[in-house]
Write a protein that binds this ligand. Structure first.
Ligand code: GLN
Length: 231
């Protein structure tokens, strides 16, 4: 039987709006697809082993939680970068998404270093700007899929040249409210501002991520299972 080893990164601290729901959805679909799952919470002072997992969830957090994990995150920079560069499947939400990039400047102007595994950066909300809050709808051209979600962030994220957005904005604000993109895809790492949780509202994306993770782990030995067959 195939197995999906799940790592919930800082799951006890970075879990705004119940981002853990994404893991429950992954477990639900894995069961339907005949895949067993294991779950590890990796948090402050724990080692992250880049070879020990097939899927990583890095949830969202407000500025306070982000500052709590900031220092510890730097100790995991090398193994997390290795995991991402090797094509490991990862979903990062909001505050987690911001910290995979170069840096995030909080509402009070404090700069929190990210791990720089991805090239985006996030500036703080300016005094004359509002938080970006509300429902969002996006379209991904490569997958020909629409995704919906709910965003609530002050930070404005700008993607690097080697990054693609998770989707084009049809409704809502997304990364920065101006360039028409929401979230990121880099290799098999997906980032998004969607809380909600994103995978509960976009089950096709959950099955896509399971297929990606299984292909990565088992190669040609794994045959992709289309969403239509498991929904
Ligand atoms: N604190 C960050 C911001 O406001 C992230 C918020 C979140 O994860 N919801 O931009």
């Amino acid at each position: 039987m195939k197995e999906l080893r799940i790592c919930h990164l800082y799951g006890n601290l970075m879990n705004t709006y119940g981002d853990i729901g994404n893991i429950l959805v992954m477990e639900y679909y894995c069961k339907k697809m005949g895949i067993t799952t294991t779950y590890d919470l990796i948090s402050l002072e724990d080692d992250f082993d880049p070879n020990a997992y097939d899927f990583v969830l890095f949830g969202g957090g407000q500025d306070y939680e982000q500052s709590v994990i900031a220092k510890d995150l730097q100790t995991k920079k090398a193994p997390l970068t290795t995991y991402i560069e090797n094509g490991g499947a990862l979903l990062a939400v909001c505050g987690g998404y911001q910290l995979l990039g170069q840096y995030y400047v909080t509402a009070d102007g404090t700069k929190i270093d990210g791990i720089g595994a991805l090239s985006h950066y996030t500036r703080s909300q300016a005094e004359n700007e509002d938080r970006l809050i509300g429902n969002v709808k996006i379209y991904n051209d490569d997958f020909k899929e629409e995704y919906i979600g709910f965003e609530n962030h002050g930070g404005r994220t700008y993607l690097g040249d080697d990054e693609k957005p998770l989707g084009k904005i049809l409704e809502g604000n997304g990364n920065n409210g101006t360039d028409g993109g929401e979230g990121v895809i880099y290799k098999n790492t997906f980032g998004t501002y969607f809380h909600g949780p994103i995978l509960a509202r976009n089950e096709n994306l959950a099955v896509r991520m399971i297929n990606i993770a299984m292909k990565q782990r088992y190669g040609a030995e794994y045959t992709e299972i289309p969403f239509e067959d498991v929904k």
